[in-house]
Design a protein around this ligand. Structure first.
Ligand code: G3P
Ligand code: MG
Length: 304
């Protein structure tokens, strides 16, 4: 019945062993029920630095990644020019522990290098060309650090910082969570960011270390152990539910709406799907084309 189920999406690479252990953890929490109720207070949704007041958030996925190389500063600048109300970025760790913006485990597809990103020092990463693969006009564009993005975005653009499972380290002191929290606090941006992750271990640590910074579940079916969305949000003390357009059902929407849990849907690049989701009442959509999404939102929603 709904045409929303056809968007192309890539799956995150998460090891089977940890998926199973996380799923067992979650299984021992609440039982599944379509009428699950929220059991904790949600941290407030981040303040939008750009907001047209229609109650819907236009999110640039990896920056304006339909027009510039994803997760680079030119993609951030374009998203800002296009009046995106939030930018989503992916965060990984260099071998010397610096959070950088990058999506893939390997650098091969998105740079002129090859190998696993986590094996490169920051200096080695910064020598890579992260722009030519997209267009020669972007030759020499570097991989940005998260700190560089925060300096650019402070007081200017609200961020969804998605933390990739490859940035998780068993030893907390070597892992991504305290490093990202420290940077957000250093730049006084706790009310200007939304954390998210497909890796529920990372989410649990984020909420434990910084409960007042909002963090959304990025729905991952195995770790969720067939639980409904509200139960998963409860289990992680999370503040929102981010979900693939392919997985988001009417039933989930009803459950989440009843509990007033913010829902953000990725990645939607077709006008029809955008309009359908906006009519269904989602709080925000991630798109590689934030200008198109803003146009559709303006058509579908009354502006104050
Ligand atoms: O955070 C939403 C979306 O970006 C999740 O998927 O693979 O594009 O990072 P991915
Ligand atoms: Mg992402």
């Amino acid at each position: 019945m709904n045409t929303i189920l056809s968007a192309a999406q890539s799956r995150p690479s998460i090891s089977i062993a940890f998926l199973l252990s996380s799923a067992l953890l979650l299984t021992s929490c609440q039982s599944s029920s379509s009428s699950a109720e929220l059991t904790h207070e949600l941290a407030p949704f981040p303040t939008l630095m750009i907001d047209n007041g229609d109650g819907f958030v236009v999110i640039a996925h990896r920056g304006a990644s339909g027009y510039a190389p994803e997760n680079t500063m030119p993609a951030m600048e374009l998203a800002y020019e296009m009046n995106a109300e939030m930018i989503e970025v992916d965060v990984m760790l260099s071998s010397d522990g610096v959070p950088v913006l990058f999506h893939d485990a390997k650098v091969d597809e998105l740079t002129d290098g090859s190998g696993n990103l986590k094996d490169f020092t920051l200096q080695e990463l910064q020598a890579l060309d992260a722009g030519s693969w997209f267009d020669e006009a972007y030759a020499g564009t570097p991989i940005p650090t998260l700190e560089e993005l925060l300096i650019w975005a402070q007081g200017k653009m609200t961020l969804n910082i998605e933390i990739k499972t490859e940035a998780y380290r068993e030893a907390l002191s070597e892992s991504v969570e305290p490093r990202v929290i420290a940077l957000v606090e250093q730049y006084d941006m706790a009310d200007q960011v939304l954390f998210s992750s497909f890796d529920y271990r990372i989410l649990a640590r984020l909420k434990e270390l910084a409960p007042s910074i909002p963090a959304a579940v990025l729905y991952e079916p195995v770790q969720s152990a067939r639980k409904g969305p509200v139960t998963v949000v409860n289990s992680l003390q999370a503040d929102g539910f981010n979900c693939s357009v392919r997985e988001y059902s009417e039933q989930w929407q009803q459950e989440l709406t009843q509990s007033s849990i913010p829902v953000l849907i990725y990645t939607v690049n077709e006008r029809e799907q955008m309009a359908e989701l906006i009519q269904r009442g989602v709080q925000g959509i991630f798109s590689d084309y934030p200008d198109v999404l803003a146009e559709v939102a303006a058509e579908e929603l009354p502006t104050p």
